[in-house]
Design a protein around this ligand. Structure first.
Ligand code: ZN
Ligand code: ZN
Ligand code: ZN
Length: 502
């Protein structure tokens, strides 16, 4: 089911939230409620030579635009598709001799589109660029300074031959980018590669426990190149049953944070106070801050000699926070053995005190398994990954995309560790989630399907003859080096769906 047009939704005034979108009919888990191409989008400065400027796929080999030598494309098809949006940019870059940053490039693409099409409603959009919120009035001193600098840089870059816009309008565009710029990921959803503006998506309000999710579909023109070309677009997909008339929501932030942290992040980035049910009632907070039963009532030690259990938990959490900062530093320096050492120390302190759903422990478990996998220590990584998944399953919505990705990573780790039974069952679980959140044609879902088939075969072999299975596995490992896990990175893609300049 595809839904490029907006016939499945209706604009309405949502109580306390301003505008919102509601469903005009009933939807089931995995339905695409709408799909939307970008109004304008750009590749991040750091990746302009590694990601296609049209479909935003990461590619080994890209072709350069012969004119500006800046834009890169998969092939002629992508280059041709991109020309309308690149034409003005191309000649301005040539004329200026330098390339402005991603923020300026995105603003310029928006303005050139406005120049071409006017300021009214674009076909397929329920809201115009003029009508999007900019929150410039909420800016602090620092943000205002940055805004003025951006406006200045933009004015220097903008060609006198193009339509001229006033200061206020240029500020509006930068404000729109600031709070509505959506983070674009590569075709496997593993890395943030760019930022785009999707006017209809901007109308979908936030809820920490949403009924929809949004994913990037980079198109699949490789398979059907000769027939047609599908553009990069976002898809709004339902996570479960959505009733007719129900408001549609997505989560702008990762649910796996304490209520206060989510609220702060939402206020800082999007300038509103979250009043969703999970925030108001503090749902799942007790699990996220869970403390082990036995640590609450210490036996055989006189109570008076111990600090209160809350005190112990607080100490451990404080220690975890401090360690996390050290880990983050070591990780960004690529000192992965140091990361593992810090993680192990932290877990030793946490294990007797914190419950297995405590997010401070889950964060460390996730880091440990990720880094150990990268270091090819799959056996140990698998154990941490399993504990992480068990905690995640109790906290996340059963069809959460981040949960699906985490279960997938844990499944692959188990598989690589030779733990085929658990590995296969996790891969099946992840596949079921991604069928809903990403859909059956998404490249990650297809990867998962292939892994599901492969692990199923191996599992059958394992059940028939365990000894032969392990022998074959050893031989296979000798012949070809294990598929190397991606390098653990600090720029987590799941922290927030909209891109915010750091
Ligand atoms: Zn491309
Ligand atoms: Zn060019
Ligand atoms: Zn909330």
């Amino acid at each position: 089911m595809t839904a490029d047009s907006m016939e499945n939704v209706e604009l309405f005034s949502s109580e306390g939230k301003g505008r919102g979108l509601k469903a005009v009919k009933e939807f089931c888990a995995g339905d695409v409620i709408f799909a939307e191409p970008a109004y304008a989008a750009v590749v991040f400065d750091s990746l302009t030579a590694h990601v296609c400027h049209n479909c935003f796929k990461r590619q080994e080999k890209l072709q350069r635009c012969g004119q500006c030598k800046f834009a890169h494309y998969c092939d002629r098809t992508c280059q041709k598709d991109a020309w309308t949006n690149h034409k003005n940019e191309c000649s301005s870059i040539k004329k200026n001799g330098k390339i402005p940053n991603e923020n300026i490039r995105l603003a310029a693409r928006i303005m050139w589109r406005i120049e071409r099409e006017g300021t009214g409603l674009t076909e397929g959009c329920l809201v115009s660029i003029d009508d999007l919120q900019n929150h410039v009035d909420n800016f602090g001193e620092e943000e205002k300074k940055e805004l003025m600098a951006d406006v200045q840089t933009f004015t220097d870059f903008w060609p006198p031959s193009s339509q001229q816009f006033g200061m206020q309008y240029i500020s509006h565009i930068f404000g729109v980018i600031n709070c509505n710029g959506f983070t674009l990921s590569d075709q496997r959803g593993l890395q943030a590669v760019g930022v785009g503006i999707f006017p209809n998506l901007c109308l979908v309000n936030h809820d920490c426990w949403p009924n929809c999710t949004v994913i990037v579909n980079n198109g699949n023109h490789e398979a059907v190149k000769s027939m047609f070309h599908t553009q990069m677009r976002i898809e709004l997909r339902s996570l479960g049953k959505v009733d007719k008339g129900e408001e549609l929501s997505v989560s702008y932030v990762d649910f796996l944070n304490l209520r206060e942290e989510r609220k702060q992040q939402l206020k800082r980035q999007y300038y509103f106070d979250c009043t969703c049910e999970h925030c108001t009632k503090g749902l799942k907070e007790d699990l996220m801050l869970g403390v082990k039963e036995e640590s609450k009532v210490p036996c055989n030690v006189p109570l008076t000699k111990l600090p209160s259990s809350q005190g112990v938990a607080k100490e451990v959490i404080q220690f975890s926070k401090e360690t996390m900062e050290k880990i983050s530093k070591a990780r960004s320096e690529g000192a992965y053995h140091e990361v593992v050492k810090l993680c192990r120390e932290c877990l030793k302190k946490q294990e007797p005190v914190l419950a297995d759903t405590n997010i401070y422990m889950l964060k460390i478990l996730s880091l440990t398994s990720e880094v150990l996998s990268y270091l090819q220590n799959f056996e140990e990584a698998a154990e941490y990954a399993r504990r992480m998944v068990e905690g995640y399953l109790k906290l996340y919505h059963s069809n959460n995309a981040q949960l699906g990705m985490a279960v997938m990573r844990a499944g692959v780790t188990h598989w690589h560790a030779g733990l085929i039974e658990v590995g296969h069952s996790m891969i099946c679980k992840a596949y079921a989630i991604l069928l809903v959140t990403h859909g059956p044609t998404h490249p990650i879902t297809k990867d998962l399907e292939a892994m599901r088939v492969q692990t199923e075969m191996e599992l059958r072999m394992f059940k028939e003859n365990e000894f032969v299975y392990h022998k074959m596995r050893e031989a296979a490992l000798k012949n070809q080096p294990m598929h190397i896990m991606p390098e653990p990175r600090n720029n987590s893609i799941s922290s927030s769906i909209f891109h915010k300049k750091q």
